[in-house]
Design a protein around this ligand. Structure first.
Ligand code: ADP
Ligand code: MG
Length: 675
């Protein structure tokens, strides 16, 4: 633990390396109380450079989160020349602003090539850190005209909005000493480990992140024996290295345990300010991959690397905490605290019921299509679980509400908790004591947009509450009326039974809740007028930015499925078909009257022909659909025509694999990769 935070330029380092007055000024700048001036920036840059060099750093980079989903950086050396002498230089200007050659990052047409410049600006609300001798400066990424081209910019904007609204509402409720409210987030990260030599022999895993086919292992997860089971010593030594690396970066990696599926694990750091939590999650994903490499593993972050066993998600635990220590989702003890809790919770519920498409969109990526609604993750339907305690609290408010509640007791919907505590693991948005846990995110996703959406939809509802309460005669009564009204009108979003059941899908439809089962259908809802109004009204996106982001998402969807098509064709041509031919020839070569051998030969020939027909079909459909321009129509066709075909092809290969000779079928199989 002595190395904790040694690679972060945190408060203690700032205090040590900065003159006292500059340190105090920086704290004010960070709190939006003062603006950053050139002199202060120069002093901070110099201090950072000294600290970084003392840690062995030679380069610096603006570290940002473009729309690709990963992070980007371009290294510059501190080294410079002055009067023919080598010096180490790092100025305030280089700290504040960078100009990466950015023409290859997705922008959805916001940055046409003739105006290819993009700029990165230092985000001083996150911490500068060192990785591999490079000083990394968390930054936002914008176009020449100031449109945001990354995931951090919109999140920061939404944090400012929610801070303002939540603070204002707390003032109205009598908490006048509050001066700042911060979204706090804890992100649980699931992942798989696979032996690297095996991984390298599976082109599909390497290129697409998932196995495009593979017959289930004789033993799956039916015994639930992996969950919280003993961690093998090899994995343990991997986790130890991961933790050490994370601790150095000041990340409080706390829990780690086996997940439900074989070779699946989870890592959860302590919650923190959302901006930092999202940055740190990007680092965590990166470090998991790198340390896995060192230990002879490949770390898989894809949402569904293996069929027939659970996929991986990322849980986003969200709360709002004031600088005076109030968590607005804390139920509290006194009547006033209960009222505060119910007011914020009602606003949250109303927001979720008003913008479910946007929240669903924040979890939309092609990998997650294999997970949501498949009895291992929440369905694609957004609903909220409050738990008995809060339910009773609401019921006790007013008998009217109780009467208005729809009967939920349709028998097959009964939820039996897997653990003793009052928890519903099948709900996409679950209240868990003092926070809301959004469980829909895929494991590979950035949590940035989810929190941008949560902040923004809540800001809009808080705004309404503020208008209601401002200048009203009886704050308590008006607040209670609002709460009752919300729970009556938005009852449909509350659901506490089994979210995995088929019955819920039917029930949700009856309630009129959207069920966007694929990411491409969800992307189509991005620019629904209510979404556009919300995002524009609160200054998160402009019309152009929404259009651009939608375009980027569509083209990412298409690229991802295209890659699967190409990989499938390649693997079939280079491996599967030759395996089948070889196996058929082997049976042909033996002179025997054995009925079994004859039957087997026929079966294998059937598989071969069926596969080759399906591959022809795939080639044909793929050629028909793909155009030069990635449109929504094209994306929807990929979903309706190509995705099912890929799945059909998978079934044929899996059937073949079941009877294939291990001598001939040399690709690593599920049992080999998972045990
Ligand atoms: P589970 O697996 O039961 O969902 P974990 O303990 O693995 O729960 O993870 C819970 C996550 O929620 C952790 O990252 C934790 O730091 C975070 N968390 C706890 N309290 C809060 C809070 N008030 N606001 C945001 N996140 C929180
Ligand atoms: Mg969880």
């Amino acid at each position: 633990m002595k190395d904790f935070g040694t690679l972060v330029f945190g408060y203690a380092e700032m205090e040590a390396y900065l003159p006292e007055n500059v340190y105090q000024k920086f704290l004010k700048i960070k709190n939006d109380e003062e603006l950053l001036d050139k002199e202060t920036a120069d002093t901070i840059a110099k201090a950072m450079k000294e600290w970084a060099i003392s840690k062995g750093a030679t380069h610096y980079t603006h570290w940002f989160q473009p729309l690709t989903g990963s992070t980007a950086e371009k290294h510059d050396a501190f080294l410079d020349k002055k009067d023919d002498k080598a010096i180490m230089r790092f100025t305030g200007k280089s700290l504040i602003k960078g100009e990466p050659d950015a023409s290859s990052f997705p922008s959805g047409g916001l940055r046409s090539t003739f105006e290819a410049r993009g700029y990165t600006y230092w985000d001083y609300t996150s911490f500068v850190f060192i990785r591999d001798s490079v000083l990394c400066i968390p930054s936002v990424f914008v176009s020449y005209h100031g449109e945001s081209l990354d995931k951090k910019g919109p999140l920061l904007k939404s944090c400012k909005v929610i801070d303002k609204k939540a603070t204002e509402l707390l003032h109205i409720l009598g908490y006048e000493d509050v001066s700042k409210v911060t979204p706090m987030v804890g992100l649980e990260q699931e992942y798989f480990l696979v032996d690297r030599p095996l991984y390298k022999r599976r082109m599909d895993l390497m290129l697409t992140g998932r196995t495009l086919f593979g017959h289930a292992a004789p033993k799956g997860q039916e015994f639930d024996d992996h969950y919280f089971g003993a961690i093998s010593s090899r994995v343990q030594s991997f986790m130890k290295d991961v933790n050490e690396e994370l601790w150095k970066l000041g990340i409080y990696a706390k829990t780690e345990h086996n997940e439900v599926a074989p070779m699946q694990f989870e890592l959860a750091p302590l919650f923190s300010d959302v901006n930092i939590a999202v940055d740190q999650n990007q680092l965590i994903m990166d470090i998991l991959k790198r340390i896995a490499y060192k230990h002879g593993y490949a770390c898989l972050l894809h949402e569904k690397p293996f069929d027939s066993i659970n996929g991986s998600g990322k849980h986003n635990n969200y709360s709002l905490v004031s600088d005076t220590g109030i968590n607005v989702f804390d139920v509290g003890k006194s009547d006033d605290e209960h009222l505060r809790f119910l007011l914020f919770t009602a606003a949250f519920i109303k927001g979720v019921d008003t913008y479910p498409e946007l929240l669903r969109l924040s979890a939309a990526n092609p990998g997650n299509d294999f997970r949501l609604g498949l009895n291992e993750a929440p369905p694609a339907i957004i609903s909220v679980f409050l738990g008995d305690f809060v339910d009773e609290m609401i019921d006790s408010l007013d008998s009217e509400i109780k009467d208005a509640k729809k009967p939920e007791s349709i028998t097959p919907l009964i939820y039996v908790p897997k653990d003793a505590t009052d928890r519903n693991r099948t709900s996409p948005v679950a209240f868990t004591g003092n926070k809301f846990e959004f469980r829909m995110l895929g494991s590979s996703a950035s949590a940035s947009f989810t929190n941008t959406v949560l902040n923004t939809l809540l800001s809009k509802e808080l705004d309404e509450v503020i208008t209601l309460l401002k200048g009203c005669d009886d704050i308590k009564k008006t607040a209670m009326d609002y709460i009752k009204d919300v729970f009556k009108k938005h009852e449909r979003i509350l659901f506490s039974k089994d979210g995995y059941s088929k019955e819920w899908v039917i029930e949700a439809k009856r309630r009129g809740l959207p069920n966007l089962s694929s990411s491409i259908e969800t992307i189509a809802t991005f620019d629904m007028s209510k979404n556009v109004s919300l995002l524009k009204d609160y200054g998160i996106f402009t019309d152009e930015e929404i259009k651009a982001r939608k375009e980027v998402l569509i083209s990412q969807y298409i690229s991802s499925i295209s890659l699967e098509v190409k990989t499938m064709l390649y693997m079939c041509e280079s491996y599967i078909i030759p395996f089948m031919v070889k196996e058929i020839s082997a049976y042909k070569a033996i002179e025997t009257d054995s009925a079994f051998a004859l039957k087997r030969k026929v079966k294998l020939t059937e598989y071969l022909d069926s596969l080759s027909l399906k591959l022809d079909d795939l080639r044909e459909k793929y050629a028909l659909i793909t155009g030069e321009y990635s449109s929504l129509d094209e994306g929807l066709k990929f979903r309706s025509d190509i995705v099912p075909l890929l799945s059909d092809i998978k079934s044929v290969i899996n059937d073949y694999e079941k009877i294939a000779s291990k001598e001939i079928y040399t690709l690593p199989t599920y049992p080999e990769m998972l045990y």
